[in-house]
Every structure is written in structure tokens, then in C-alpha cells.
Write a protein that binds this ligand. Structure first.
Ligand code: PMP
Length: 407
């Protein structure tokens, strides 16, 4: 494994070198959104200073440069995901839009009354609400793979739940509140055996560990750029080409048509069919730059680094009285959700902020899961490759002070 100069990597992130409330910023809210390296910020500045124009339509130099940059980013994302071709990548605003796209278009074509959509009890609202809306429209039913005591999926129930009525099995790769890493390839294999289509929510894994759609064997995968060093409003849906081409269009407008008359239109194939109107060109360019940046470090190296910080955080949190960590002990991603007997998550998060420490407190868009766990919410610390062991120790010291403060 190549050795990485992590201090040099950290210096790529200008935002981290600041004081918040009179203390050095300690940013541990990476599961909500990551920070951006200079390479990504410069890609945006360069694009706007040199190449900006609308894509695809223009027969002039800047338009062809913008088109090359936009389509070049699609090729980078396809390679990053191990997709068979760039045509399998639809740019979206992020995970939420990608899942809604599938629920609305694939759902409209393939889901009927009585069909079952299988989810898990640990889904983020963005991999739950779109399916509820589809179920309401079609009369389909929702089923859920339970979350067991230890924060993993109760896989022994899969045989009963994954029946021939299941048309879609949609699940998260990494839980954003428990940190659980789900056995994606195994779940996809089980779904395929009953003819169900799969969608993987990769929001929490895409920038943290190797993600390869063909190794996973999934049909769809959704992710957000902003959690992997790219700009907000960028992200993509991966879909197997034959599925994307069988789906009706979503938004109507320019770019997605072949012919238009006053009465009716014909549509392009994917991905253009799902990208009506002027897209987020700069966002895609920034996403391409983020892919290059992350690949420069290596996703396996990033995962190892995140995991070391998580293990250290688990050890330090274990020393604090009245602090309980949620989720599994092993096979977990770079985030730790916990409760503190003495303080509500919102109060604890506000306390942390006074010390320059950015955590997240609340239900983390997992309201049904929090209800099941009988928790008002949790406080979450989430790590990325620019965080350090010294920062984890500083977090633990601030939390120890909180235990005394709220007692
Ligand atoms: N799924 C998971 C597991 C997430 O953690 C998030 C973001 N918190 C989302 C989906 C939604 O991502 P976005 O808001 O970027 O669309």
C-alpha cells in the first residue's frame, strides 16, 4: 500500500483551517456533507473562467469544450463505479433525485397493484418516501427487512420476505445512523434468484470504500457528489443499460427528445432521456475532479484510514459514563452514532459547537428506525480521510466535559 502524507492531504482543504467559536474547527459531520479540496474548487473556477457555455447544442468552441468536460465527467464516474459504459450513468442532483427517478419511471412501467417493494428498516427517508409514494399510486405493498438488536439486518428473515411478489429490493450500502455495512453482493444475489430488481443507496459508501456495480451485481445504484468531495447538486444514478432504456422518460423538455411535433414527441435513449433541460454542467465537472482526487488517494486506503479513526472513537466513547454507541461493533463504516444519558442529542450538539466541534444530532432522516430503537435521536460523529486521531481525542475530551456539564 502506498504511504500517504495525510497532513499534506488535509492541507488541500482550505475550509478546515479556521476557528469556530474561538476554537479550531473540528469537522466531524462528514456523513451529512464532506468538505471540498482545492482541486475540486479550482475545477469549478477554471470551468467558469475558461469554458462555460451550454452543452450539446452549441456549434462553437466553448460549447464543445463544455460538452467535452461534461461528458468526460460521465466517463470518469462510469469507471469509478465499474459500469459497463458511460451510457449507464444519469447525472442527477444526488441520491434523493436518483431514487425518485427510479421510483417514478421504472415504478410507473413495472409496478402493479399487489406487487411488493422490499426495503429495510434502516433506510434513509430518501430510500423510503419515494417508494411509499409509488405504493400509494399503484396499490403496491411495502415490506421491510428488520434490523436486529446488534444493528445488522436480520438476514435469516430474508427467505420469508424476498418472495416472487417482490419487484424491487432497495437497500442502503452503509447505514447513515448505525454505520452498518450491508452485504450488498449477497442481497443482490438473493434478489436476482426471485427475479427482483435491486437498487443500492450508496450515499454513505461512494467516497469511503471501493464500490463496483458489477461486483455488487446491482441493477441501480444512487449516490450524491457532495458526500465525496464534489459540489452540492451533483450526483448520479447508475442503471443497467437494458433497464434504463426500458423506462419511460421523467422530466420532459429539451435535450431528451429526438423529434417533437405539436401533438407528440419521441425520446432519446438513456442517459439523455433522463436529463431534460440544461444540466448542472459545473457540478458534473466538479464531480469528475472529485473522482480524480479520491482515486489519487485510493478508496481502499481511505477506508482503512476511516476505520482506524472509528475504532479509536469507539474505544474512547466506551470510556465515557452514560454514553451508548448504536450499531454493530464490526463491519462498520466511518461514523459513530451514540446517546448520552445526561443530554438530548440537540443539546449535546449545541454544546459541541461551542467548542468548535461539528457533530450532528437528531433522527438523521431515520425517523421510523429511531422510533423502533425507542430513541429521541442520536448524536453522530462521522469521519473522513482529512480527520486525524488527535481530532478524535479532542472530540472525546469535549464529550467528557459534556458528561460533567450535563450531569
Ligand atoms: N441515503 C443515505 C444513506 C444518506 O445518508 C443520505 C444523506 N444523508 C441520503 C440518502 C440522501 O442524500 P442527498 O440528500 O444528498 O440526496
Amino acid at each position: 500500500m502506498t504511504s500517504i502524507d495525510w497532513a499534506k492531504v488535509r492541507a488541500d482543504f482550505p475550509i478546515l483551517a479556521q476557528q469556530v467559536n474561538g476554537k479550531p474547527l473540528l469537522y466531524l459531520d462528514n456523513a451529512a456533507s464532506s468538505q471540498k479540496p482545492r482541486a475540486v474548487i479550482s475545477a469549478l473556477v477554471n470551468y467558469y473562467e475558461r469554458d462555460n457555455a451550454n452543452v450539446h447544442r452549441g456549434l462553437h468552441e466553448l460549447s464543445s469544450r463544455a460538452t467535452d468536460a461534461y461528458e468526460g465527467a460521465r466517463v470518469k464516474v462510469a469507471k469509478y463505479l465499474g459500469a459497463a459504459s458511460a451510457e449507464e450513468i444519469v447525472f442527477t442532483r444526488g441520491t434523493t433525485e436518483a431514487i425518485n427517478l427510479v421510483a417514478q419511471t421504472w415504478g410507473a412501467r413495472f409496478v402493479r397493484e399487489g406487487d411488493v417493494i422490499l426495503l429495510t428498516e434502516m433506510e434513509h427517508h430518501s430510500n423510503l418516501v419515494p417508494w411509499q409514494m409509488l405504493a400509494e399510486r399503484t396499490g403496491a405493498r411495502l415490506r421491510f427487512v428488520p434490523v436486529a438488536e446488534d444493528g445488522t439486518l436480520a438476514l435469516e428473515r430474508l427467505g420469508d420476505l424476498l418472495t416472487a411478489e417482490v419487484k424491487m429490493f432497495a437497500f442502503t450500502h452503509i447505514s447513515n445512523s448505525l454505520g452498518t455495512i450491508n452485504p450488498v453482493a449477497e442481497l443482490c444475489r438473493a434478489a436476482r434468484a426471485v427475479g427482483a430488481v435491486t437498487l443500492v443507496d450508496a450515499a454513505q459508501s461512494i467516497g469511503h470504500l471501493p464500490v463496483d456495480v458489477r461486483e455488487m451485481g446491482c441493477d441501480f445504484l444512487a449516490f450524491s457528489g457532495h458526500k465525496m468531495c464534489a459540489p452540492t447538486g451533483s450526483g448520479a444514478l447508475y442503471g443497467r443499460a437494458e433497464l434504463l432504456d426500458a423506462m419511460p422518460p421523467w422530466h420532459g423538455g429539451g435535450e431528451m427528445i429526438v423529434t417533437v411535433s405539436y401533438e407528440r414527441s419521441t425520446y432519446k435513449k438513456a442517459p439523455a432521456r433522463f436529463e431534460a433541460g440544461t444540466p448542472n454542467i459545473a457540478g458534473a465537472v466538479g464531480l469528475g475532479a472529485a473522482v480524480d482526487y479520491i482515486e489519487g488517494i485510493g478508496r481502499a486506503t481511505i477506508f482503512e484510514h476511516d476505520l482506524a479513526l472509528t475504532r479509536h472513537a469507539l474505544a474512547r466513547l466506551g470510556e465515557l459514563p452514560g454514553v451508548r454507541v448504536q450499531g454493530p461493533r464490526d463491519r462498520r463504516g466511518g461514523l459513530v452514532g451514540f446517546t448520552m444519558d445526561a443530554a438530548h442529542p440537540h443539546d449535546l450538539t449545541t454544546f459541541a459547537d461551542q467548542h468548535g466541534l461539528a457533530l450532528r444530532g437528531g433522527h438523521h432522516c431515520n425517523m421510523p428506525l429511531m422510533k423502533k430503537l425507542r430513541l429521541p435521536g442520536t448524536t453522530r460523529a462521522s469521519f473522513y480521510f482529512y480527520n486525524t486521531k488527535v481530532e478524535v481525542d479532542r472530540m472525546a475530551d469535549i464529550l467528557a466535559e459534556a458528561v460533567r456539564f450535563f450531569a
